[in-house]
Design a protein around this ligand. Structure first.
Ligand code: FES
Length: 115
């Protein structure tokens, strides 16, 4: 799998200062609206569109179980895997995060014509 790695924070300190624990944020990268969330377990990125009815997951809340809860009908999703933990809708797309010396990056899958 080939990814475009896009820098979202200059370093971990910037990430900690700008991405509050349990307070997800929305970012747009290459036309993808992405919800980035930080929990005690780590930092995760999922599509900022609930697969149930399209609400913005970045307006939801994180739980201590590492889930993000949709603000509209309150269906929870595992931030690591994107799996629905309610079983009431489809899973949400996840994006990989990587930490490098020069920043924190989110990976966007390259399209076949970009390979
Ligand atoms: S829109 Fe997210 S749970 Fe219904």
């Amino acid at each position: 799998m080939s990814y475009h790695w896009i820098k979202i924070f200059e370093n971990e300190d910037a990430m900690h200062n700008n991405l509050m624990l349990g307070k997800p944020q929305s970012i747009v990268i290459k036309g993808n609206k992405i919800c980035v969330a930080r929990t005690n377990e780590g930092v995760y990125a999922v599509a900022d569109r609930c697969p149930h009815n399209g609400a913005s997951l970045s307006h939801g809340q994180c739980t201590e179980k590492g889930e993000i809860v949709c603000p509209m009908h309150r269906y929870p999703f595992d931030l690591k895997t994107g799996r629905t933990t309610s079983g009431l809708t489809m899973n949400v797309l996840t994006y990989p995060i990587k930490f490098e010396e020069n920043g924190v990056f989110v990976g966007i899958k390259a399209k076949w014509w970009e390979l």
